[in-house]
Design a protein around this ligand. Structure first.
Ligand SMILES: [Zn+2]
Ligand SMILES: [Zn+2]
Length: 270
């Protein structure tokens, strides 16, 4: 019998994640089978390989995460690896960009004229960020010391600091707007429940969870592997580098970081 969702709320905080065998840090629940002994990060990375529950092998349609109460959580619709034959075929995916930013190995389409779109003022910053990814620019390293105000961080520091998590969210929310494909409706969500989160909303929670569990600077590339499925390999690598720079920095406003962050090409142009 599947475990009940209600059972997960009563004092079983010492559950062991059946994927990594450590105690569950941030719970995720499989839907519809309702198994709940998984870390959010572990379950999502598991589902990237196969779409079945690690415990009962049932097909997983959605992942419920960001649990605040039994009635307050988010749901992420697991992308289907194969488009179903009976899908809403008239929903074209014209929002998907070709080339650079396309993840999931989607077929790219020829570059056409941009859709009419009047940019708000902050798009100047977004344009700059898109250029950073297009040209694969990595922000220059600044040493950690009391003069620079930069400091090194561990997953433990982030996990124990709501301020750092909030700082991370601020930047991630802006940075994810760089990737235009994330604005598209998640596949299969057209008629799904209203609680289904957008790709960007899901990724925001997912990345913060990764920050709490995984050292994003580690040379084994674990964090990069977790993200690559969603942002693409090169984007993920650069994204994590920039995120680390932001988190280490003394800045609290993204605008201030934008102003101060330096790239090789800027240094050459100066
Ligand atoms: Zn785990
Ligand atoms: Zn299950």
């Amino acid at each position: 019998m599947p475990g009940s969702t209600a059972g997960s709320t009563q004092g079983d905080s010492h559950d062991t994640c059946v994927i990594c065998l450590s105690s569950v840090t941030e719970r995720a629940i499989t839907s519809p089978c309702n198994h709940y002994t998984f870390d959010f990060v572990c379950l999502v990375s598991w589902l990237q390989q196969r779409s079945t529950c690690p415990l009962c092998k049932a097909r997983v349609i959605a992942v419920q995460y960001d649990w605040r109460s039994p009635t307050d959580y988010k749901s992420y619709a697991v992308p289907r690896s194969q488009p179903p034959a009976d899908s809403n075929a008239h929903h074209s995916r014209t929002d998907r960009p070709g080339s650079l930013f396309a993840p999931y190995g989607l077929p790219s389409r020829p570059r056409g004229p941009r859709r009419p779109y009047s940019p708000p003022i902050e798009d100047v910053a977004l344009r700059r960020r898109r250029e950073v990814y297009r040209r694969q620019l990595y922000s220059l390293h600044i040493g950690s010391n009391r003069y620079s105000g930069y400091r090194d961080l561990s997953p433990q520091v982030i996990a124990n600091s709501p301020e750092m998590q909030s700082k991370a969210r601020t930047w991630i929310r802006r940075e994810l707007r760089v990737f235009t494909f994330l604005r598209a409706d998640p596949a299969g969500s057209s008629s799904a429940a209203a609680t289904t989160s957008s790709n960007a909303e899901f990724l925001l929670s997912y990345i913060v969870s990764i920050l709490k569990m995984v050292d994003i600077k580690a040379s084994n590339g674990h964090a990069e592997n977790l993200l690559a499925e969603h942002l693409g390999r090169e984007n993920s690598k650069l994204f994590l580098h920039e995120l680390n720079d932001w988190l280490r920095s003394p800045y609290t406003k993204v605008e201030a970081w934008d102003r101060e962050v330096q790239y090789q090409d800027d240094a050459e142009a100066a």
